[in-house]
Ligand binder design. Structure first.
Ligand SMILES: [Zn+2]
Length: 118
């Protein structure tokens, strides 16, 4: 996991879709912006060969429209990671690293270990 910088301005469709009764947070402009800002990688496993693209909520929205359409809560993820993480992290959980938060130095918190097997 590496830190990423998401664009400041949310894609236009988010506000429009939020105003609808059954709006979508997965419109093309959202997916494209997440794709570009995430460098075409799942924000959790960094896989670049994603076959099932998901727009993942960092904090589960539980039907809360503010969280559901919050640009800062959306991430580009593979289906595996989205399914594995599921909706287990509520807003306020402090044990989840947010790679899009500049105040969360993921490189400091994650220790990479490579073992040589001969
Ligand atoms: Zn993944």
């Amino acid at each position: 996991m590496i830190n990423i910088t998401k664009r400041k301005d949310a894609p236009e469709s988010l506000a429009k879709e939020k105003a609808k009764a059954n709006g979508s947070y997965r419109e093309e402009d959202v997916v494209l912006a997440l794709f570009e800002d995430s460098h075409n990688k799942c924000y959790l496993c960094e896989d670049i060969h994603i076959t099932t693209i998901n727009v993942e909520h960092f904090h589960e929205h539980g039907g809360d429209k503010d969280l559901k359409f919050d640009w800062n809560n959306l991430h580009y993820a593979c289906g595996h990671c989205n399914f594995t993480k599921n909706d287990t992290f509520k807003k306020g959980d402090s044990n989840l690293l947010n790679c899009a938060n500049p105040e969360c130095p993921v490189d400091y918190w994650i220790i990479y270990r490579i073992d040589h097997v001969s």
